[in-house]
Design a protein around this ligand. Sequence first.
Ligand code: NAP
Length: 320
Amino acid sequence: MSTRKPHRILPLVARAPAEELQGWLETLNKALASDAQVKLLGDLTPEERKAAEVAIVANPDPAELLKLPNLKWVHSLWAGVERLSSELPKDGPEIVRLVDPQMAATMSEAVLAWTLYLHRDMPRYARQQIQKTWQEHTLKLPSERTVTILGLGNLGKTAALRLKANGFNVCGWSRSAKQIDGIETHSGADGFKTALSKADITVLLMPLTPDTKGMLDAKALASMPAGASLINFARGPIIDDNALLEALDEGHIDHAVLDVFASEPLPDVHRYWDHPSVTVLPHISAPTTQSTASRIVAGNIAEYMKNGTIPESVDRSRGY
Ligand code: NAP
């Protein structure tokens, strides 16, 4: 086994605060035990860089990855890899993203929490409190609300089922046709319009790709029922911001809960900050849990060390 030793040093290539990197080094090395050792890229010897076939990455600088000439694949610590996918050369290393059931549970909790926030009219009652207005509004039952989830992958499907379990009427949309018990599903361009037209609340959980960029434009927003709301937990550029602001100003869209933006942190001058119909969140809907993610990454790497199997990687032509 000593011949494989150089491969057992894994570079961690990440742009993250030092404290977070230290946390990752500790949890990854604990999870990998004797299978391999993770070091920051800067701490690798020239020989170790040359021998590295796999790197663990989180928002890496692509130039840093070029310092690893024999890289076959990278394991992301993030679920969203659109930036990596667009920045790395097409014939570069394969990209494996994080698929963690804990992240799906965390995201579905966020989807439920912010759906309930809209369902129970919390933004409206908060505005009424500022005006000292004592006025009740008709209470709807969850079964009287349709929530559409755009994207029925690892995160979207779990969120859809959690909403269903909480009594909401749930509709879902994906690229390929899907069957999920108790959920009305749609796919393709016609399906997109149908899914939007039914939604009191639409939740974005699809990846950012050339196909989905700007997908929530003026036409798509107009096809939502008057007074509908929007939750974006996917990526900012999927929404056409000017079109959304216009729809919010006109009142066609009642409220938007936005966790992700074209530019993050959201610039101070952005209209979203002060808009009465927008809730701004600082990209917190589903952070990676270091302990569970490290175990999943370690398992995938141990498998690769044992038999050379690279987990399912991103399809670079479709971008996710
Ligand atoms: P996933 O498993 O790859 O699922 C993506 C889903 O979107 C699939 O159902 C896919 O359809 C659908 N889709 C992709 N392109 C489409 C298109 N052009 N038209 C229609 N449907 C399309 O991804 P995931 O793990 O669920 O993650 C989804 C996204 O959540 C990530 O890409 C990331 O951007 C975001 N995210 C955000 C946070 C946060 O904190 N805000 C945290 C984690 C992830 P098929 O099923 O037919 O392939």
